[in-house]
Design a protein around this ligand. Structure first.
Ligand code: DGT
Ligand code: CA
Ligand code: CA
Ligand code: ZN
Length: 582
């Protein structure tokens, strides 16, 4: 409930800004949203009691009018003032707001000064030069807006892995409860751990296909049935995501799973390999080629392999290839690493935030959460001073914080706490703390946060300088991209990897599903060049520690092995490495 109400206040703030309300009112609403997100009590419960107003107003940051809005929302399901605000703003401006880089302030100007009320209006204003003619606009800003619109369109309707994976798991769990169902799995891009997902593909084998299809089509959350067959159904769920269900006979499970897992390119390469060996491969199995055309299973040809994926790979002289490696980048000719990185192998979290900067947990709370999540080492790396929006620490606060972390480490059992910092990499590659200060820390994660539209040469120089710095342990989210909304830096990776190798610095895979930065292909390039990788969650809350699986899948897609991932090293080895230049 708190999250829902927080969204309401965020929308309030946005609409107020759009309609030109004063900054004080806007900020008051943003602040309430932040407060609600951080609360441990449910305001939904509070608001139903008699003393609701009092209880809500007692919360730091919530005033009388906010309390009234919360109560109104709980009781009526809406807030009249918000509905009125919504009505006063053209509906099309919502799409304009979605353009990466366009905040409410700019959108208000576009609306007021150039009559832009929709994305279409914006595009025509760009094309006919009207936008550029506005005061304080200029060619460069307009070019950026044009590029953002383009980027938004190509990003299209795909979901982040972090959104799609939990839905896929929920669907599998639900289908497992349907009578008659023997096996269920998700296939497709989710199984391969791709950073974005077009649609979900679920496979079942069952004694009662009709019941399985029925349960699938009538499950909670379906907004539209797109296909309603016996062996193939397809539905749209509430958030718009499409899910395909395939009901397959148990004896072809492996062939179907292989086929529907893809990637398409991997499948094509596999089929060609089959043909080269005198076979035919399809979603029903691997068949001997009898020279006839048409699907072999329909002519009664018996499959050589079909029950498991491994059977099929084996018949094609291949080891079973983990789904993340099915990318058609030479996986048939490379050995499948036996020590490919896994979630279980991760022992250390080396990038995390507490209430000292913009995290939600105290040092102690985060330590307990990390220990509970199976980590044995936790580096606390709050933001450096140049990040005022993230409450970055100046040197005085940092010194106190380091002491507090070491004190907590002495007190808390079962996990080793390291005092670190996530230090901003300035636009010119210099760092946000002096070397004297950096030398006091156990771990330094250096990350780019601002100026993420630098040209590639400048970005390369900036990141390489940080990677060569002897006191930097890890380059955090190297590009700063946000999937689908921000392109981030585009450095020359060959040079960055070389600089990291020179400095003995690890490059991060930031596991946050909005980031996944490094991305898979860059991990692969780094791994091939022998560069060390660090997989971190950048946890700002306890739940964020679970993001690790997305980072690990990205690492696996880059063929990252356990010895190349510093988070998987034994504690001694890790500590020695971190201390090497300090
Ligand atoms: P997505 O949904 O866009 O994130 O990506 P996928 O990989 O899940 O693609 P999807 O859902 O269209 O199809 C699932 C799998 O089915 C795909 O990875 C491979 C297989 N597949 C689909 N269409 C074809 C095809 O035309 N040829 C081959 N060989 N395989 C296909
Ligand atoms: Ca799919
Ligand atoms: Ca599909
Ligand atoms: Zn961070």
């Amino acid at each position: 409930m708190n999250e829902d109400i927080a969204r309401i206040f965020e929308e309030f703030a946005t609409l107020l800004e759009l309609t030109g309300a004063n900054g004080f009112r806007v900020n008051a609403h943003t602040k309430v949203a932040r407060v609600l997100e951080g609360l441990t009590v449910d305001v939904g419960g509070l608001a139903q009691d008699d003393g609701a107003m009092k209880a809500l107003e007692a919360i730091d940051g919530i005033g009388k009018s906010s309390a009234q809005k919360i109560i109104e929302f709980i009781n009526q399901g809406e807030v009249a003032e918000l509905a009125a605000l919504r009505a006063s703003v053209p509906a099309g401006l919502r799409d304009v707001m979605k353009v990466p880089g366009l905040g409410p302030k700019t959108v208000r100007r576009l609306w007021q000064e150039a009559d832009i009320e929709s994305l279409g209006d914006l595009e025509s204003a760009i094309e006919d030069g009207r936008l550029e003619a506005l005061p304080r606009m200029g060619r460069k800003t307009v070019d950026n807006i044009r590029a953002s619109i383009e980027f938004m369109k190509t990003a299209g309707d795909r979901r982040r892995l972090g959104t799609a994976m939990p839905i896929a798991e929920g669907l599998v769990a639900m289908m497992q409860t349907v009578p008659g169902v023997r096996k269920v799995a998700y296939a497709g891009s989710v199984r391969r751990g791709q950073e974005t997902i077009g649609d979900l593909d679920i496979l079942v084998t069952t004694d009662d296909p009709a019941a399985a299809s029925e349960a699938f089509q009538t499950q909670a959350g379906v907004t539209k049935i797109l296909v309603a067959g016996d062996t193939k159904s397809s539905v749209r769920l509430e958030d718009g995501i499409q899910v395909d269900l395939r009901v397959v006979p148990g004896e072809v499970w492996g062939a179907a799973l292989l086929y529907f897992t893809g990637s398409k390119d991997h499948n094509v390469a596999l089929r060609e390999r089959a043909i080269g060996r005198g076979f035919r491969l399809n979603e029903y199995g691997l068949f001997p080629d009898d020279g006839e055309s048409g699907p072999p299973q329909q002519r009664g040809v018996t499959a050589i392999a079909s029950v498991t994926e491994a059977d099929i790979y084996q018949a094609l002289d291949l080891p079973w290839i983990p789904p993340e490696l099915r990318v058609d980048r030479g996986e048939f000719d490379l050995e499948v690493p036996e020590d490919l990185i896994t979630v279980e192998a991760i022992r250390a979290e080396l990038h995390s935030h507490t209430t000292a900067s913009d995290g939600r947990l105290t040092i102690d709370e985060l330590a307990v959460a990390a220990r509970g999540a199976g980590r044995t080492v936790l580096a606390i790396t709050d933001h450096s001073r140049s990040s005022p929006q993230a409450n970055g620490l100046d040197e005085t606060r940092l010194r106190d914080h380091i002491e507090a972390i070491h004190e907590a480490d002495a007190r808390i059992d079962g996990i080793r706490l390291l005092a670190g910092s996530e230090v901003d990499i300035h636009i010119d590659g210099s760092l946000d703390y002096s070397d004297d200060v950096l030398a006091m820390l156990d771990v330094v994660v250096a990350s780019p946060h601002a100026s993420l539209r630098q040209d590639p040469e400048a970005a390369t120089a900036r990141l390489c300088a940080a990677a060569r710095h002897p006191l930097v342990s890890i380059i955090g989210h190297p590009t700063g991209r946000l999937i689908g909304t921000r392109k981030g830096l585009e450095p020359d990776f060959e040079q960055l990897i070389a600089a990291a190798n020179e400095g003995g610095t690890a490059l991060e895979i930031n596991s946050n599903p909005y980031r996944l930065d490094l991305r898979d292909i860059h991990v692969r390039a780094a791994v091939d060049a022998g560069c060390l990788i660090s997989i971190n969650t950048d946890a700002h809350r306890g739940e964020h520690l679970d993001f690790i699986r997305y980072g690990v899948m990205t690492g696996r897609r880059g063929r990252l092995r356990i010895p190349g991932c510093i988070n998987a090293w034994p504690e001694e080895q890790l500590l020695e490495w971190l201390a090497r230049n300090r």
